[in-house]
Design a protein around this ligand. Sequence first.
Ligand code: B12
Length: 216
Amino acid sequence: MQAYQTFASYLLDGNEKAAYEFLLENHNDSIYLYQDIVTNAMRYIGELWQQNEITVADEHLATSVCEFVLSQFFYLPSMKKKELSQKKIMLYCIEDEQHALGTKMIAGLCREKDWQVRYHGANLPLNAMMESVETWRPQVIGLSAAMTYRLPTLLEYIDKLSTLSWKPKILIGGRIATIIDLKKHVNTECKICHDMNDFSTWLDHWESGVGVNGAG
Ligand code: B12
């Protein structure tokens, strides 16, 4: 059994303790943990669901255990930080989008890399996003979508964000970015993130000033 399958089995068993301890055992490498373990476990659970090997109730239980253990995992290190950095990122799932686990992990990684993060969870309407963005004025805004039929809505969000006076960097991620060639739909000022590695590398370059504008 692969590591992500072991983690998936704890989620499906509703075994919060084992799932949390598994995260702790693997805490030294965040990308490995988020990408190879948690993301792959959730995708595997999606396949089991699609093949009717597990029920909707099983999938919901697994998701809720995953959300819970991730929250526990993020809590202690983020509370230990003394000073707030000046780097600010806001993360949103566009309207009706319920697939929020990916952005939750992106939020965790950003905190680890010393960013101030506002993670707005699932399904945020456009006007509500704009209001919050204008109040907090982050340097970076991340949008997430899973379902491909949300492309028109995603483009609407990007258009609106492009009108902001201080020109924050717009990142696009989520399952949609792995299925649709988004480069054909957005301008080069937006950064399309295909996975956690891609995002992490971009973020590290941002810190050294390279990824601030354009970076593709
Ligand atoms: C869990 C889950 C749910 C949960 C989500 C809960 C939550 N809090 O997230 C619930 C139960 C709500 C749900 C609902 C539905 N789901 Co669902 N779901 C899944 C499942 C099993 C896992 C999703 C997940 O967590 N993946 C793991 C995360 C970590 O991956 P990720 O989002 O891609 O994120 C990674 C990167 O993309 C990146 N990233 C993500 N966002 C961002 C943002 C930025 C800025 C950056 C930089 C990076 C980034 O970071 C992560 C790093 O690894 C998937 C299976 C799958 N293949 O994904 C199905 C799946 C996506 N769901 C599916 C379906 C059909 C649905 C429903 C329509 C079911 C229904 N009939 O109600 C609804 C739609 C809800 C809606 N309105 O959006 C289908 C979609 C098929 C299709 N047609 O496209 C899938 C593929 C299952 C399947 N095999 O059929 N779902």
